[in-house]
Design a protein. Sequence first.
Length: 420
Amino acid sequence: MSTVAAEKKQGSTYGVLTEEGIARLKQRIGVQFNRPTPPHNYEVTWDGTRHFAYGYGDENPLWCDREYGKSTRWGDLIAPPNFLYTMGESDAPPLSAEQKALLKGDPLIGLGSYQAVMEFEWWQPLRAGDRLRTRSALIGVIVRDNSKFSGRTVSEVKGYIYRNQNDELTSIQRGTWMRAERRASAERKKEYDLPKPYTKEQLELIDATYEAETIRGANPLYFEDVKEGEALPTIVRGPMRTSDLIIWHIGWGMQLTPPGAFRLSYKIRKKAPGMYTPNPLGVPDTVQRLHWEKEWANELGIPISYDYGGMRETFLTNLVTNWMGDDGWLWKLSCQHRKFVYTGDTYWIKGKVKRKEQKNDRNEVHIDIWVENQWGTIVTPGEAVVLLPTRSKSVELPRPAADDIDAMYAHEVERYAQAR
């Protein structure tokens, strides 16, 4: 009998948010561990960055042209901001027996898990030839008694810190997953507009927006010239097709399912059979196929296949990097994935300058960014902070709160402890 089946059979706590489960989850805070899958890319290469960028429709020569970067302040090709998704060799220290026991199983088993927020901070570019190491940890547990989503919820905040081959911290990714009782969340299920056939006029507008898209590149955007309230040039991606998703995966890797097809897939299935369920022909297939197989999405209560949150994150960084040019630096970006985007939907990616600040010798531009679908519904709101040069001074790269990875994790844990 599986662990899940045993839990269901035994008792009343399966799928119920309990104080005991919350307490067990909090015991995991700060314990560093490795991701279960190897990286898609072990090294930054021209092929890797180009394939990744093309997967979300980005032609910026900083990461798509092998020679272009040599004439910029970076001195070489650099990777797109979200390229870190494809990298990171595991390097967490071995777990003690006590830590292994602590990380075994799910203290909130049976509860739904919904990606709510994704945040990034970038401190250094990834240059050609760089390698990354990474480790993970639960850095925060936030209990909310009156969530609009489903009553009482728990937010798990996981941190992923990256450092390069020189032991320099390059970036951090923080993901928040909301855990809620499925019964309560089902009661608040909303109806969503599904894609419909496009008119000639709608398709012409999409094509015209593609045609109008510009990349600032070597033309500097100076802090003095930015005005609060000004809009960033809108970009469009879509309508999303299954073929777009395939090209996305070529650059991004599979991520949620360990890489490998045919015999390699069989070996993965032997090790983790729960990651595969029978398709309509009775053949075991990845549970991840709900992103491209309508029948499987339907079995899980979703009307048609849908996108990845990571796609929208790359679209938002694409919007910002197009606007800021080669001499700017995207320091922070956060977003919330609030609604489904289905196959056939269109992404309209927009932004607006919220405010300008000169702080600690930095020239910060704070921007509201968001993704709308073709119905004008905001599916992913977010924020970004860009550092821009002035006419007298170039951008200085920001520093992490701590230079040592253990100290950085301690800082993150304390940060969320104070936020509770």
